[in-house]
Design a protein around this ligand. Structure first.
Ligand SMILES: [Ca+2]
Length: 462
């Protein structure tokens, strides 16, 4: 029998089949109010995160990743891959006209799931609308107790019976494990914006019942330890299913630690919680651990500048997916880093624009591997001065600080030039049904949203 035609046909079919088989699963875990100092591998004390430290040792630990200062600005940015000046509207809303990494991965054939905290619009149709096949979410429609004796969780359209003594983080992570088991033959994407470690600071199931009543820092240590325990469960679940090697695990935080948590350190620096501040490293430098055994890169500590717009294009590259059309995607894929590609070049700077909780006047900064420049010319060496106690004097600055100022000034100028035209959707579509089919970013631009009550009205909200 002549096998050559058969072999030829197999070779023809192989690129797609082989590629499809190799596409990695992706799990993004993002804890709530969890700063850089909470990872013991980062030199943070008094925290202990053995599972994450091991994950970092066998993977990549990024030391220069910045979120936004508070929840919604971060969640909008990480999900859409776009800077806040383009699409942040107001607190607690992700504009239904936006495309997310859920869409990107679902459109590429991934099974998609979101579990944890929502807080992006009160409508149980929204997770599906934003690209997720399945979900189990807290604060999707009503805010309730998040930890012990968890209140309202909505799972795939149904309200779970709350008040049964269950621990919220266990319920949502348990649903994710079930989703992974049911979809182990498919490539899957799980986004897990964690319920931990936001206030209130309360005992976890592992908190010693006989210990003296703890202060906030003691309980934060316990809550971080429980977060690490959940990461350990994720790893064990993947191991049991034989999925660990071809799954990318990412772990980060959505903003700095709560301001009530003081007493922690990173190396020699005091590292008090500074959630909400964009004027220090404590407000928005976050841990980032990435582990992808099949990618081949491991055991590295990297100071590549990374901001949260980078996640969406990274996942798109890992999944062979297309980027959303008709909108500007700001992020840079770091998938090449995860695969140890020799030709990979990290971005030269990371960028943050921030409006506060509403949509007032933007502040912004750009940073490289050592310096951070704010609007107004305030430059800081964030290695030496993470609290930003004193800006660098331009007259006495070292040559490398002068070079950084010039480079980062250029970035800020380029970004500022886009502020006026960057708001591709005007107004806030607060309800799912406000996003009428056919409205796209390619329509003629309307006047820029000025914020405030009047500015938030638009034709779609009638
Ligand atoms: Ca948060």
């Amino acid at each position: 029998m002549n096998l050559r035609p058969v072999v030829f046909c197999l070779l023809l079919a192989c690129p797609f089949v082989c590629f499809a088989a190799k596409r990695p699963n992706v799990i993004l875990m993002m804890a709530d109010d969890l700063g850089y100092e909470t990872l013991s591998a980062n030199g943070g004390t008094p925290y202990k995160t053995p599972n994450l430290d091991k994950l970092a040792a066998n993977g990549l630990r990024f030391t220069n990743c910045v979120s936004q200062p508070v929840c919604t600005p971060t969640r909008v940015k990480i999900m859409t891959g776009r800077y806040n000046f383009r699409n942040y509207k107001t607190f607690g809303i992700l504009d239904p006209r936006e495309k997310t990494f859920g869409h990107v991965m679902r459109d590429a054939g991934y099974k998609t799931c979101i579990v944890g905290k929502w807080q992006l619009g009160q409508d149980r149709k929204l997770p599906g609308h934003f690209g997720f096949d399945e979900y189990c979410l807290w604060w999707l429609e009503n805010k309730s107790t998040r930890y012990g004796n968890v209140g309202e969780l909505i799972q795939n359209g149904k309200v779970l019976p709350g008040g049964k003594g269950e621990y919220g983080p266990d319920v949502v992570s348990g649903f994710m494990f079930d989703f992974i088991s049911r979809n182990k033959e498919e490539p899957f994407f799980c986004y897990y914006p964690m319920i931990l470690t936001h206030s209130p600071f309360v005992p976890t199931p592992d908190t010693d019942k006989n210990a003296p009543k703890g202060n906030n820092l003691d309980l934060m240590v316990d809550m971080v330890a429980y977060t690490d325990k959940i990461v350990g469960r994720v790893i064990a679940h993947l191991d049991n299913l034989g999925l660990r090697k071809n799954t990318v695990i990412l772990y980060t935080g959505d903003n700095g630690t709560h301001r009530g948590i003081v007493g922690a350190k990173v190396g020699e620096h005091d590292w008090p919680g500074a959630k909400g501040s964009n004027m220090s490293e404590m407000g928005m430098r976050v841990p980032l651990v990435v582990n992808y055994p099949a990618g081949g890169a491991s055991g590295r500590v990297l100071d590549d500048p990374i901001d949260f717009s980078d996640m969406l294009p990274t996942f798109a590259e890992l999944g062979g997916a297309n980027l959303p059309k008709g909108v500007t995607i700001d992020g840079h894929s770091f998938a090449g880093r995860l695969m140890g590609r020799k030709d990979y070049k990290p971005r030269d700077w990371a960028y943050v624009s921030y409006y506060g909780k509403g949509r007032g006047t933007a502040t912004h900064f750009a940073r490289d591997t050592r310096y951070k420049l704010y609007e107004g010319g305030y430059l800081y060496d964030f290695h030496k001065d993470p609290a930003h106690a004193k800006p660098i004097d331009p007259d006495t600055a070292a040559p490398d600080a002068r070079t950084a100022r010039k480079k980062l000034s250029f970035v800020l100028e380029q970004m500022k030039a886009q502020f006026a035209e960057g708001d591709e959707y005007t107004g806030v579509a607060t309800k799912l049904l406000d996003a009428k089919p056919g409205f796209t970013a390619t329509q003629p631009k309307k006047p820029k949203d000025k914020g405030g009550k009047k500015g938030r009205k638009n034709k779609l909200e009638k």
